[in-house]
Structure formats: structure tokens, C-alpha cells
Design a protein around this ligand. Structure first.
Ligand SMILES: *[C@@H]1O[C@H](CO)[C@@H](O)[C@H](O)[C@H]1NC(C)=O
Ligand SMILES: *[C@@H]1O[C@H](CO)[C@@H](O)[C@H](O)[C@H]1NC(C)=O
Ligand SMILES: *[C@@H]1O[C@H](CO)[C@@H](O)[C@H](O)[C@H]1NC(C)=O
Ligand SMILES: *[C@@H]1O[C@H](CO)[C@@H](O)[C@H](O)[C@H]1NC(C)=O
Ligand SMILES: *[C@@H]1O[C@H](CO)[C@@H](O)[C@H](O)[C@H]1NC(C)=O
Ligand SMILES: *[C@@H]1O[C@H](CO)[C@@H](O)[C@H](O)[C@H]1NC(C)=O
Ligand SMILES: *[C@@H]1O[C@H](CO)[C@@H](O)[C@H](O)[C@H]1NC(C)=O
Ligand SMILES: *[C@@H]1O[C@H](CO)[C@@H](O)[C@H](O)[C@H]1NC(C)=O
Ligand SMILES: *[C@@H]1O[C@H](CO)[C@@H](O)[C@H](O)[C@H]1NC(C)=O
Ligand SMILES: *[C@@H]1O[C@H](CO)[C@@H](O)[C@H](O)[C@H]1NC(C)=O
Ligand SMILES: *[C@@H]1O[C@H](CO)[C@@H](O)[C@H](O)[C@H]1NC(C)=O
Length: 462
């Protein structure tokens, strides 16, 4: 235990020394929460910090990808946040970069299953790009030309292909984590993949006013309750990570609680309540919100944090971006469900002010940290820290901008209810031609990744 603390302290120390050697100036972003000029001024250095990690504008870099170790899914998440900056601040500097990224990564079938990602892409990874094209749909982001699939059609392509993988054979339903059986995690059914399908269904229902999507949302919700990934506890819902199918029907739970599961499900129920006006969705929203507040909001500061890993300094690169996801979901909930506005905006305002204070580090003097209660930069830096700060800060504007558009309130995106359904990947999901060389390659890759992962985890945990 002592050794673990020492190691963490030591790496923190190295990180701080690095920062001191670098840092020319230390100046927090000044932020007046909810003031458009102030928020948009803060968005500029934070977004520029995001772009420092972007490969797509480098010679030979893949359009739409951020540099390793950041995974493909996180790029999807980031472009969703940048679409909101585009829409709310009216700053078109990065419009082409976002547009090119969404077009470059959509894959041959228009469902965000690009060939390059087939050794890593899970349902949740695909979904994060799906949520981003849904954001583009709801925010009237610059449309592709008429002879290309619109953002709505791409969202439907993601939704349709995910739904086609619904697996009733095990655990009474649900999506598996992985799409491809050669990837490790194919046996795991996780909450986030299923929450994302739920969220997409809710938003498609509201956007297109087509009740068929509600049926899907209900099916996914019922399954998440049946399999007890969502549990109704006295202080609100407890939402766990998932379980292996194994030989006991998804009953050996992986009980970690992550903010993004709460956020994605919360926003989904908010969209459904807004669209249907049915009390049941408000009750479910209340259950999720209460569980979220009691788990992820520091009671003394009112500030959002990632409770499984942040205080212990163990958040991995993925987990360090989860606060960005939940920040956008909180904003959506505040807009769509007026009775939640005050308490959610209180959290957003306080967290945003803390986040702005944290954006005072690194070589540019505006690098954002992980701990929004720290009162300054805490020495952490990365893509997750940047995007989380951007999303919480810009969401202080959420009540002043138009609510997410729908087909009948000015949305202009072109859809296709059958998008994705002719897919090679989905109709023959287990029969994609994979040469044994590819399989061997995937095995070696998985092994290398595992070895590195185990080595690092052991080093930190021992
Ligand atoms: C959040 O901050 C904005 C700007 O200061 C303010 O207008 C709004 O009332 C605040 N909301 C809450 C619930 O604190
Ligand atoms: C728009 O964003 C770019 C890049 O972040 C920034 O350089 C520019 O100052 C911004 N423009 C305005 C008007 O805020
Ligand atoms: C796929 O990977 C290759 C090789 O890394 C790269 O050149 C190409 O740009 C990538 N394509 C996409 C769409 O990411
Ligand atoms: C497996 O789990 C699902 C979801 O909890 C449940 O509906 C189903 O009855 C279970 N099947 C068996 C055979 O236990
Ligand atoms: C959750 O359980 C409580 C009792 O502990 C009950 O009052 C509430 O209606 C339940 N909520 C839902 C949405 O099932
Ligand atoms: C909440 O914030 C206070 C003040 O920063 C801190 O002392 C405390 O450790 C935090 N608690 C949690 C659970 O993060
Ligand atoms: C954030 O920093 C505060 C002040 O140093 C500390 O008390 C708190 O434990 C930290 N919280 C988290 C979640 O990292
Ligand atoms: C749905 O959201 C809109 C936009 O914020 C809001 O005006 C309306 O009151 C909401 N409807 C319900 C049923 O909450
Ligand atoms: C959507 O974008 C189009 C094309 O830029 C524009 O003509 C239209 O006014 C926008 N509509 C809304 C509601 O923003
Ligand atoms: C809205 O949906 C209707 C029915 O699906 C469709 O006819 C219409 O073209 C859509 N409007 C837009 C702007 O896409
Ligand atoms: C509603 O959505 C379903 C599912 O995608 C689709 O099959 C159906 O054709 C849609 N209905 C209309 C009127 O667009």
C-alpha cells in the first residue's frame, strides 16, 4: 500500500516537475458561468489544447483520429462536444475539421464501422460516433451534399446495426460489448453499449416522432432492470458496469459505477419524458438522477468527480474523459426536463467554475487538470481533461441556446429508416472474411496490449 502511494506520488511529482520546467505562465481561465462571451473565450484555449492531440491535420495523419494512446471512440466523443461549441459560440474555425472527421470515419456502410477499427471496435465505440452524428442532427450541423447520407441517416445506420446485434440467446437479451467475436470482451455484456442504444433510440424517437424507437428504448430499459445492471436502491438507482455471459447468465457482476452510464441513461430518460410526457420516464429519471448525485457529486463542494478512480489517482485514459460525456448529458436533461433545471444548473455552474480554475497548467498555461475541486491545476493533463473542461464550461450556456432540434422544429438532416441494414457486417456479423493472418495478428496485438496493461497495472497496484 505504501509502495503504491509512493509510486503514485512519485509519478505525480515527476509530472509536476515537468510542468514547472515547461510552464511559462500560470493563469486560470477567467470564467463567468453562463455568460456567452466569457464561455466562448474560455472555449478557445481549451479547444486549441484538444487540437494539440489531433492527428488529422498532421502530415500522414489519419483524418478523424487523435494520437495514441487515445482510442478511436474518444475522437467521436470530442467531435460531438466541438459541434456544440460550433453551434453555441458560432465559431466556425473548426467546422471543416469536424466535418471531414465525421465523413472520414463513417465506414463503407455509413454506420461508423470503418475497416481500420475492426480489431478494437465495440458496440460502445460505434455508439459514441453515433451520439455525435445525432448531435450533428439535433444542432443542424452543416449537412453533407444531397447525394451523401445525412447525419440523421448515419445516426440511423448506427442505431439499426446496433439493434441488429441484440442477442436474445444469452442473459435474456442485451448487446454484447464487442461487435466482433475475435476481440476479447465478446463474452461481456456491458451497460454502456446498451445505455447508448437506449439513448440513441430515445433521441431518434423525439427527432423523427416515430414511436417504433420508443419500443426499442423500452426493451433495452426493461432488460437493464431484469439483468439487474440497474438496481433501485434507497438513495437512487445504482448502475453497474456489466457482467460476463459466462456460464451463469450474466449474474457475476462487475460492480464498478461509472458516471457515463448514469449520464447516458439520464439523458435518454429526459428525451423520452420530453417526447412522451409520461410520468414513468420522469420517475426513472428521478431514480437515475438521485443515484448520480449521491455518487458523483462532492457533497461539500457540489462539484462533479469520477468517484471510482479520481481521488486515488487511478483513472485511465478512457475514464478521464467520462466527465465530458456526463456534462453534455446533464445539459440535455436540464433543457428537456424543466423540473430538474435548478439542481442541474447548480452542479454545472459550480463544476464549470472549478474546471476553469483547473485550466491553468502545462506549457501553454491553459492546460486543464482532472480535479475541479482543487482550486487550480493539479498536475494532470490529457485529452480527457481537455474535453471534460470544454463540455462542462460550455454547458453553462445550455438554457440560452435552442433546445435540440427535431424534424418539426427546424432540423434539416436527411434520414433513412433502413440505413445500415444492407450491411455485410450486420447480416453476416460473424462471417466477415478474416484471414488466419489477421486472426493471428489480432491475437498478438491483444496479447501485447494485455501484457502492457498487466505490467502497468501491477506496477501501480502492487
Ligand atoms: C448558473 O449561472 C448562471 C450565470 O451566472 C446564472 O444565470 C444561473 O442562475 C446559475 N444557475 C444556477 C442554478 O445556479
Ligand atoms: C474561434 O476559435 C478559434 C480557434 O479556437 C480562435 O482562434 C478564435 O479566436 C475564435 N474566434 C472567436 C471570435 O472567438
Ligand atoms: C486507416 O489506416 C491507415 C493506415 O494507418 C491510414 O492511412 C488511413 O488514413 C486510415 N483510414 C481511416 C479512415 O482512418
Ligand atoms: C437469464 O437472465 C435473464 C435476465 O435477467 C432472465 O430474464 C432469464 O430468465 C435468465 N435465464 C435463465 C435460464 O436463468
Ligand atoms: C424505487 O423504489 C422506491 C422504494 O424504495 C419506490 O418508491 C420507487 O417508486 C421506485 N422507483 C421506480 C422508478 O421504480
Ligand atoms: C470533497 O471536497 C472536499 C473539499 O475539496 C474534500 O476535502 C473532500 O475530500 C472531497 N470528497 C470527496 C469524496 O471527493
Ligand atoms: C481534489 O482536490 C481536493 C483539494 O486538494 C482534495 O481534497 C480532494 O480529495 C480531491 N478530490 C478528488 C476527487 O480528486
Ligand atoms: C421539452 O423541452 C422543451 C425545451 O426545453 C421544454 O420547453 C418543454 O417544456 C419540455 N417538455 C416537457 C414535457 O418537459
Ligand atoms: C439549418 O442550417 C441551414 C443551412 O445552413 C439553414 O439554412 C437553416 O436556417 C438552419 N436552421 C436552423 C433551425 O438552425
Ligand atoms: C420530416 O419527416 C417527414 C416524415 O418522415 C419527412 O417527410 C420530411 O421530409 C422530414 N423533414 C425534413 C426536414 O427532413
Ligand atoms: C419508424 O421507424 C421504424 C424503425 O426504424 C421503421 O421501420 C418505420 O418505417 C418508421 N416509420 C416511419 C413512418 O417512418
Amino acid at each position: 500500500m505504501l509502495e503504491k502511494q509512493t509510486r503514485i506520488a512519485w509519478s505525480r511529482c515527476l509530472c509536476l516537475i515537468g510542468a514547472v520546467l515547461y510552464a511559462p505562465s500560470v493563469q486560470a481561465l477567467s470564467l463567468e458561468a453562463g455568460d456567452k462571451d466569457s464561455v466562448c473565450a474560455a472555449a478557445t484555449p481549451i479547444t486549441n489544447g484538444i487540437m494539440d492531440y489531433y492527428e488529422g491535420t498532421r502530415i500522414g495523419g489519419a483524418v478523424g483520429l487523435f494520437q495514441p494512446p487515445y482510442y478511436w471512440w474518444e475522437a467521436g466523443e470530442i467531435f460531438g462536444g466541438m459541434i456544440d461549441t460550433w453551434a453555441w459560440c458560432g465559431n466556425h474555425t473548426y467546422e471543416n475539421i469536424i466535418y471531414e472527421a465525421l465523413m472520414a470515419q463513417k465506414g463503407p456502410n455509413g454506420d461508423y464501422v470503418p475497416k481500420n477499427q475492426s480489431f478494437t471496435e465495440g458496440n460502445d465505440d460505434q455508439a459514441f460516433w453515433g451520439l455525435t452524428v445525432m448531435e450533428a442532427t439535433e444542432r443542424n450541423f452543416t449537412n453533407p451534399p444531397a447525394d451523401e447520407l445525412g447525419w440523421l441517416a448515419l445516426s440511423q445506420g448506427v442505431y439499426n446495426t446496433m439493434l441488429s446485434r441484440w442477442d436474445s440467446a444469452d442473459c435474456g437479451g442485451g448487446l454484447r460489448w464487442q461487435i466482433f467475436q475475435w476481440n476479447s470482451g465478446y463474452d461481456y455484456k456491458n451497460t454502456i453499449s446498451n445505455s447508448c442504444l437506449f439513448n440513441m433510440a430515445a433521441r431518434l424517437a423525439r427527432y423523427t416522432q416515430n414511436d417504433t424507437y420508443i419500443d426499442t428504448a423500452e426493451m433495452v430499459w426493461d432488460w437493464l432492470m431484469d439483468v439487474k445492471y440497474i438496481q433501485n436502491k434507497s438513495d437512487g438507482y445504482n448502475i453497474i458496469d456489466g457482467a460476463n455471459i459466462g456460464n451463469n447468465n450474466c449474474t457475476t457482476f462487475e460492480t464498478n459505477t461509472w458516471s457515463y452510464n448514469y449520464g447516458i441513461l439520464m439523458a435518454g430518460t429526459a428525451y423520452l419524458y420530453n417526447f412522451t410526457n409520461e410520468q414513468i420516464w420522469l420517475d426513472r429519471l428521478t431514480g437515475i438522477y438521485n443515484g448520480f448525485e449521491s455518487t458523483f457529486i462532492n457533497a461539500s463542494t457540489g462539484i462533479l468527480y469520477e468517484h471510482m478512480c479520481q481521488e486515488t489517482g487511478n483513472c485511465n485514459n478512457d475514464q478521464r474523459s467520462f466527465k465530458s460525456i456526463v456534462s453534455r448529458c446533464l445539459g440535455q436533461t436540464a433543457v428537456l426536463v424543466p423540473s430538474f433545471r435548478d439542481k442541474i444548473m447548480t452542479i454545472i455552474n459550480k463544476s464549470a467554475e472549478g474546471a476553469a480554475k483547473s485550466c491553468s497548467g502545462g506549457s501553454d498555461g491553459h492546460t486543464c487538470g482532472i480535479n475541479w475541486s482543487y482550486g487550480g491545476w493539479d498536475g494532470w493533463y490529457g485529452l480527457g481533461e481537455q474535453i471534460s473542461a470544454l463540455e462542462i464550461i460550455q454547458n453553462t450556456l445550455v438554457l440560452q441556446v435552442p433546445p435540440p432540434l427535431t424534424n418539426s422544429t427546424g432540423g434539416t438532416s436527411k434520414g433513412d429508416v433502413n440505413a445500415g441494414l444492407t450491411s455485410h457486417e450486420t447480416t453476416n456479423k460473424n462471417e466477415i472474411t478474416v484471414t488466419s493472418k489477421d486472426k493471428a495478428g489480432a491475437g498478438v496485438l491483444t496479447a501485447i496490449v494485455l501484457i502492457i496493461f498487466v505490467a502497468i497495472s501491477t506496477w501501480v497496484l502492487i
